[in-house]
Ligand binder design. Sequence first.
Ligand SMILES: [Zn+2]
Length: 286
Amino acid sequence: MSHREKMAAAFCAALLLAGLTAGGASAGGSDSSEEKPVCVPILMYHEIKTYKTGKDVILPWEFENDLKYLAENGYTAVTMEDLLAYTQDEADLPEKPIVLTFDDGYLSTYVYAFPLLKKYHSKIVFSIIGKNTDDFSSIPDDDLDYSHVTWDQLNEMLDSGCVEVQNHSYNLHKYGKRIGCVQLPGESYADYEKLLAGDVGKLQTEIALRTGRLPTTFAYPFGSYSQTTDQILTELGFRATLTCDYGVNLITRDPDCLFRLKRICRSHNHAAGGLLTEAYKTIKQR
Ligand SMILES: [Zn+2]
């Protein structure tokens, strides 16, 4: 751990002891060299179903209860653009920021999460798999067991202001010889760069053309990455990456702090309140 990270961890531990679990930004015109890091937990969701539950599948009322808990406990859901603006010294963050991420682009996010976001005035970061959204746009299917959103549904979500779209690969969301977008043993950097840049860049272009937005964040499929992955993504223009590594993030005005952000997996029967309490302990223990 670097000196800067140790200082940040010590600061967050002090906040915890003071009962200020999330630690708000205190920028407000202060000297940024003295500014304290902001603790930003990121919850990771995948699917919402009414008839099935699991590690990555929760019930609609569970998501609603999370939103209620966050509102009642002073949290404000922010987007990756908000974090980016903070690191670039263009804006401050609310007192208790949190990021709610939904991966994969499932139709269930549109059907169950989207109405609740409007009801509770909350926001999510929605990282889609390009090929799935292309396929379900070509041949619409409303089976909530496996369907993904169409471009039209995505645009409706984006226009609401409750949803931010990000990149989860065009067609590298696979678990086989290559787990997601990792570099294979023996694969040359040139070959890996060609594959990753080609795939991820294709989705960047599609999202830009279909929605008028350009993602700044890449959510690693299965949370897997190689040492070289961020370098290629940075060259493509990405400013942040989301992992499945567990923990709470310490956000500073340094733009580099947005790479390899940690997340907290929200599973069935593991409500946001308990998850956040446990996750903050990882900072306390450091
Ligand atoms: Zn995924």
